[in-house]
Structures are given as structure tokens and as C-alpha cells.
Ligand binder design. Structure first.
Ligand code: 13P
Length: 288
């Protein structure tokens, strides 16, 4: 069974390491992320965007799929199933469907509304033993049609949202979803320091857009207080590259190479390796 992400991010914050939060897009993705976590002996967060959950067949299907795979694959490391960038309605629906962790992203709402809805959801999640992530300051780039302008979070707003009783806080520090553009200036550690000075040393912070940030820069963010790092695009890129290699080598035309169980195998293996690599960079290998 999936567990709340609360204990894993608190332990990570105290222990100075980061928990990998990997977006899933289909069955193979889910299996590869779970296999990578088990092989690395690491706690992880498996997350779905609203769009990916819809693509796969809905929130209930995602809950059943992840829980059933934990069982059938013999997964023993802690796994949280998290809604990524949920709106208010999706947050409520996922709480109902059995997600063990929720992100309510009210960053595009007027701040007072973000605050009120975060506060309400924090109470509901607390009562149900579900962890809650909130967001201040839209993350740059585009995800699921939601376009953020990449603003940096206001430390006072971070403090107000933190005081709602959230378990983790995502705050823009110059990070962007997707591939980083040429000449990207890097994470704003000055903003991260200012946020930590306001919210304190105990609150686990979340770094979105974890793909493509130099490893040493991610590790510096973790050292300062980032305890959950989201990764989606890098898994998509390695999956696509390995699938392309397979087809360009004509392997789909050899024997039954067109069988999806063969066709998708190289991409699957590359995702497992990438998950293990990221877990290692974040410092959470053997932290299960
Ligand atoms: P990337 O796709 O850039 O890795 O970002 C993932 C993410 O932050 C999901 O919320």
C-alpha cells in the first residue's frame, strides 16, 4: 500500500537528502519507477499530473494500478502516490480516490484564495493522514497546458502558506518545467535562502522542474533544504531516445520485435536506470 509522503520528506529534510518524485505516464513508466526505487532501496513519490491521470484512465485506476503493482512486484520500499499540480477539484477527487499525497497548486489564483483553499485542504489531509504540498510563485515553463511565468516566490507569501500546516512547499526559485533554455542563469539560491529564513529549517521544500538542472546545483539546493525533487522530462527523453534507437535499428521488423513488450523494453530499462541515477544524485539510495 502507498503511504503518506510526510515521514519520508521530514526524514529527508533532517538527513540532508532529497526524495525523488517521478511522474508516471503509463503502465511501463509506473513499473520502471517502482523497480528503480526498489533496486536503489529508496523511498520515492510516484506522481501523476491531472492530465496524465486522465490519459491513463482516471484517479481510481492510478490508485489501483500503483497499489496492485506494489503488491505484485513485491515492492517493500515506501511509496507515496501523489497528485502533481492539482487544482482544488482534482485535490478533492484524489483524496476521495485514495491518493496518499496531494499537491494543491493554487499559485495561479489570487493569493488570498490560494491561502484559503490551502488552509482548508491542509485540515482535510491532516484528518485523513494524507500529505499536502502547496505552491507559491508559479514554476516556469509549460506542463499539461498550465503555463507558469517562472517568477520567484515571495518569502512572506511562502511563510503564510507554510503556516496553513502544509507538509511540503513548492516555491519558484528560477526553476522551469521541461528542457532548460540556452543561457538559463541557474537556480536563485539567494531567493531559496530568503524563503528558508522565513519558513524555518524544518519545512521540506520542493524543487519542480528537476530535469536538466546540473547535478551539483540540485545537490546544493538539497543541502540548503530542498527535500523533494520532481522529475518528468528526463524520463520521457531517455524513453523516447531508446525507443527511437530500437526502431531505427530495424528491431521492430525482426521476428516479433513489434510486440509492445519488446518494443517498449529498451525505454523501460532506460527509465529504471535514470530513476536510480537520480535517486543517487539526490542522496536517497539506501534510505528506505
Ligand atoms: P520536469 O519535467 O522538468 O522534470 O519537471 C517535472 C515537474 O516538476 C513535475 O511537477
Amino acid at each position: 500500500m502507498t503511504v503518506s509522503a510526510r515521514d519520508m520528506v521530514i526524514a529527508a529534510r533532517k538527513g540532508g537528502y532529497g526524495i525523488g518524485a517521478f511522474n508516471i505516464n503509463n503502465l511501463e513508466w509506473t513499473q520502471s519507477v517502482l523497480k528503480g526505487a526498489q533496486e536503489a532501496n529508496a523511498p520515492i513519490i510516484v506522481q501523476t499530473s491531472m492530465g496524465a491521470a486522465k490519459y491513463m484512465g482516471g484517479y481510481k485506476l492510478c490508485v489501483d494500478m500503483v497499489n496492485d503493482l506494489i503488491d505484485s512486484m513485491g515492492i517493500t520500499v515506501p511509496i507515496a502516490l501523489h497528485l502533481d499540480h492539482g487544482n482544488y477539484e482534482a485535490a478533492k477527487a484524489c483524496i476521495e480516490a485514495g491518493y496518499s499525497s496531494i499537491m494543491f497548486d493554487g499559485s495561479a489564483l489570487p493569493f488570498e484564495e490560494n491561502l484559503a483553499k490551502t488552509r482548508e485542504l491542509a485540515q482535510i489531509c491532516k484528518d485523513k493522514g494524507i500529505s499536502l504540498e502547496a505552491e507559491v510563485g508559479a514554476i516556469g515553463g509549460e506542463e499539461d497546458g498550465i503555463v507558469g511565468m517562472g517568477e520567484c516566490a515571495d518569502p512572506d507569501e511562502c511563510k503564510a502558506i507554510a503556516d496553513c500546516g502544509v507538509d511540503m512547499l513548492a516555491c519558484g526559485i528560477g526553476n522551469i518545467h521541461g528542457v532548460y533554455p540556452e543561457g538559463w542563469p541557474g537556480l536563485r539560491f539567494d531567493v531559496l535562502d530568503a524563503i528558508i529564513a522565513k519558513v524555518g529549517d524544518d519545512l521540506p521544500l520542493v524543487l519542480h522542474g528537476g530535469s536538466g538542472i546540473p547535478d551539483a546545483m540540485v545537490q546544493e539546493a538539497v543541502r540548503k533544504g530542498v527535500s523533494k525533487i520532481n522529475v518528468n522530462t528526463e524520463l520521457q527523453l531517455v524513453f523516447a531516445a531508446k525507443t527511437r534507437e530500437y526502431i531505427e535499428a530495424g528491431k521492430d521488423k525482426e521476428g516479433k520485435g513489434f510486440d509492445p513488450r519488446k518494443l517498449l523494453a529498451p525505454g523501460f530499462a532506460a527509465c529504471v536506470d535514470m530513476v536510480k541515477y537520480k535517486i543517487d544524485v539526490f542522496g536517497s539510495t539506501n534510505k528506505a
